[in-house]
Design a protein around this ligand. Structure first.
Ligand code: ASP
Length: 411
């Protein structure tokens, strides 16, 4: 009998908890604990290293392919400008909601984890004023792409990938081979991420065992609050704010939208992958929601790669949650940094299960938060990924309806 990855991850997480409790009972001095914790440390670190390993090429190919999906449309300029404007707007609302709710409910506050002690020590050196941040941000945008890839500088990779994508698209047939190469490169990266995800039950087990054996048990209580905040805000965005945007821009009733979109939303929920859902999303958008193929054919595949409201909301909230756990107060400037990096991280995340976890590392790094926090976020990610992927896909479909309305109206 084949056990699904979801179940395996759950089993890994439970075994990790069991092992952690065992090590805790034995005490840190016991030989078994020492050896066990050494192995767990090694396996856990290797797992995070693997996620970091694929980050740069994954983001690069995923963005180039997204831009290449700009098929020739008679109103191409209008289509892509409106599309990007809508994607930016809806993701900005999602991030603002995530940051707002996390500031309000403060999940993780008051829980102190030893895991993050060194983060506190390193933190003061990372604080920048807003003008300094803007200068540094602009300065980091344009880099030699090879240097960016070598350094794993995601922002510079994104900028180069966007420009390369535009160059390929405007070059038309001539660069067809490069486009195919990028597409295949992306598929290869996705294949590797698939392998890494197969190892995730072990990685999670190791990370959790180490975490539990060396940390306090109050973590779980904070996680429950965090899960509630994430689910609540993601559902609010998906069932209230996005339908409201749809209604404001197109006067289409939310009920009609959900009826047409149901199939794709359920598929997204079940697969936790916008990419896997793409064929269903396209069919629903064209056949049930009556968006023309030339618009849906561009907005939907691009959206599946770059437009991720659920992911954006999640990553912003999770960064604040990690800061709370680490006992770090992020000021307004730092929250703005989180805002922008989250936007880029969500754009850079491909539409596959737990992709947000990979780009989450970049958000954490942007304000000097400990990347080890992935150990806390991963075990609960499968639950949260369902709803956030659903909202990701919903945002793409609503985007295509808004773009269609705008392009039609201006014709
Ligand atoms: N699973 C999400 C998607 O496919 C991406 C993520 O992990 O946030 O849309």
């Amino acid at each position: 009998m084949q056990i699904s990855l979801n179940t395996q991850i759950l089993m890994g997480a439970l075994s990790g908890v069991g092992l952690g409790i065992l090590f805790m009972q034995l005490g840190p001095e016991a030989e078994l604990s020492k050896q066990g914790l050494y192995i767990c440390g090694l396996v856990g670190t290797l797992f995070i290293d693997m996620l970091k390993m694929v980050l740069a090429p994954l983001v690069f190919t995923s963005i180039v392919v997204g831009v290449c999906n700009l098929r020739l449309h008679s109103q191409m300029h209008k289509v892509w400008v409106t599309t990007l404007a809508f994607f930016t707007l809806s993701m900005a609302i999602a991030i603002a909601l995530g940051l707002g709710a996390s500031n309000l409910f403060e999940p993780g506050k008051g829980v102190h984890l030893d895991l993050f002690n060194h983060a506190n020590q390193n933190f003061s050196a990372k604080q920048l004023t807003f003008p300094e941040f803007i200068a540094e941000f602009m300065h980091g945008l344009f880099l030699n792409p090879f240097a960016a890839l070598v350094q794993g500088n995601v922002l510079a990779i994104v900028v180069f990938a966007l420009m390369l994508g535009v160059a390929i698209v405007t070059g038309g047939e001539r660069y067809r081979n490069i486009q195919m190469l990028m597409q295949e490169g992306l598929e290869l990266m996705l294949r590797m991420v698939g392998w890494i995800m197969r190892l995730s039950p072990y990685g999670i087990m190791a990370l959790l065992a180490k975490l539990l054996a060396t940390q306090s048990l109050t973590l779980l209580t904070s996680l429950i609050k965090f899960i509630a905040v994430i689910l609540g805000t993601t559902l609010l965005h998906g069932f209230v704010l996005l339908p409201l945007l749809l209604f404001l821009f197109t006067a289409i009733s939310p009920l009609r939208f959900f009826k047409g979109a149901r199939e794709a939303l359920l598929t997204a929920f079940a697969t936790s992958s916008s990419s896997a859902t793409l064929p269903v999303t396209l069919r629903c958008t064209e056949q049930h929601l009556h968006v023309s193929p030339s618009i849906a054919g561009f907005v939907i595949p691009l959206g599946a790669t770059v437009n991720m409201d659920g992911t954006a909301l999640y990553e912003a909230s999770a960064a604040l949650f990690v800061a709370n756990l680490a006992g770090i107060d992020l000021n307004l400037t730092q929250q703005l940094i989180v805002f922008f990096t989250t936007m880029i991280a969500a754009i850079g995340a491909p539409g596959i299960p737990s992709a947000g976890m990979v780009t989450m590392i970049m958000v954490l790094q942007s304000v000097g938060l400990p990347t080890e926090a992935i150990a806390i976020l991963l075990p609960i990610d499968r639950i949260l990924d369902t709803v956030r992927t659903m909202v990701n896909v919903e945002g793409d479909m609503i985007g295509s309806l808004v773009v269609q309305k705008w392009v039609e109206e201006r014709d």
